[in-house]
Design a protein around this ligand. Structure first.
Ligand code: ATP
Ligand code: MG
Length: 377
């Protein structure tokens, strides 16, 4: 019995069969090897592409880091530019305020001078009258004393009589109280102007404070009186129920002043500086749910079509040198829109006049929920 096959013992056909079987095995092995090689190659390309993706990611990450640094640098530059811009804007506002006060100063001096003049005239009259009355009183007292002492009054009475005539007592009885009233009125007027000037130029805080807009507007109308009084009448029609509105008081006053002066100039333009009739400036205030609206209407020239898109641009002016610098409305826009999140617009009709419309939120966006200033139709 044999357990193995010795090749030498095999016959040729058997040998051939054996070789065939071995060849088949070999081919099968080769096939397995090819498959394995393919797999290895496949894995290698997978590894390769994984590496590629990784490389890409690293490159991307590097780019992101670089861009972030660039963006941060740009952000810093922008913040710096913004701070500079805000500083320049504050300076511009301050400069325009000083300029406005400078321009108003001559008018205000005149405003104070007129009532001072009639206080002075009336007190001079009262002084003369009182001197005459005292003389008459003294002469009358001398008569009374002479009668009491039983002396002769025949020389004293004609003297009193003559003094009474010169003193024009019935005239004085009417005119003296009138003169004193006028003097008091003049002093009241001076006090109002001084008070308005004080309030107007009082430095307001950098924070918004609740302000009674009617009072603020009255103050500004009084300060600007010299600008409008020869040209127009001013009507103030504010909603008496309007609650205090959070504003930067000084800036708000400045906006109203700019709009009143513009209205007066526009009226002056169509009335030949007031010699051809008077115009009207109406300032009206309404209260909405979330905002208030102030309308400043004039019966002036209106804004021509070609100028409408430009009036809020800094330095756009149609006025002569020395009369306008073109900053009034640009500052009004920045104060109302940027600083108060309100809105400013206008309606105009050439030859009829113009209305500037301001809306201001009733709640300060910085203090709570932002209130869009849009609820008044
Ligand atoms: N109520 C108005 N009626 C007609 N035109 C107006 C009125 N308000 C402004 N304008 C026009 O808009 C322009 C710009 O006004 P803005 O107040 O900005 O500057 P200004 O009045 O010319 O100068 P400034 O206010 O600096 O003294 C004015 O020159 C004028 O042409
Ligand atoms: Mg102006």
């Amino acid at each position: 019995m044999t357990t193995g096959t010795v090749l030498g013992e095999l016959s040729l056909p058997e040998l051939t069969l054996k070789v065939d079987a071995l060849e088949r095995k070999l081919r099968a092995k080769e096939k397995t090897i090819r498959v394995l090689i393919q797999r290895v190659e496949g894995s290698a390309s997978e590894v390769h592409s994984a590496f590629w993706v990784l490389e890409q990611n690293i490159a991307l990450e590097k780019m992101v880091v670089k861009r972030t640094a660039e963006i941060n640098a740009q952000k810093e530059q922008l913040a710096q530019a913004l701070a500079e811009l805000q500083g320049a804007q504050a300076k511009l506002l301050q400069a325009q305020k000083l300029e406005a006060i400078g321009q108003l100063a001559a008018g205000i001096a005149h405003e104070v001078n007129t009532p001072t003049q009639y206080v002075s005239d009336n007190t001079a009259f009262a002084k003369r009258a009182v001197v005459g009355l005292i003389e008459t009183l003294q002469a009358s007292l001398a008569v009374v004393q002479a009668v009491q002492e039983g002396r002769d009054t025949s020389t004293l009475i004609p003297c009193v009589d003559s003094l009474l005539k010169t003193a024009k007592i019935p005239y004085l009885l009417v005119q003296l109280p009138r003169a004193l009233d006028q003097a008091q009125e003049g002093l009241g007027r001076v006090a109002t102007i001084v008070q308005a000037m004080k309030e107007f130029s009082h430095p307001s805080s950098a924070e918004k404070t609740p302000v009674n807009l009617r009072e603020a507007i009255e103050t500004t109308i009084a300060v600007a009186r010299h600008e409008w009084k020869y040209l127009a009448d001013v009507d103030l029609a504010m909603d008496p129920e309007m609650p205090p509105v959070p504003v930067l008081r000084n800036e708000f006053n400045q906006v109203i002043l700019n709009l009143i002066v513009n209205a007066a100039h526009a009226i002056g333009g169509v009335t030949a500086g007031g010699s051809e009739g008077r115009g009207k400036i109406t300032i009206a205030g309404r209260t909405g749910v979330d905002s208030v609206e102030i309308r400043i209407t004039d019966t002036g020239s209106g804004i021509p079509l070609h100028a409408r898109a430009k009036v809020f641009e800094p330095f756009y002016t149609t006025k002569a040198v020395g009369k306008g610098t073109g900053q009034g409305l640009a500052i009004a826009y920045s104060v109302i829109v940027d600083k108060h999140q309100g809105s400013i617009s206008f309606e105009t009709e050439p030859g009829q006049g113009t209305t500037f419309i301001i809306t201001l939120p009733l709640r300060d966006a910085g203090l709570g929920a932002a209130a869009p200033a849009k609820d008044i139709p």
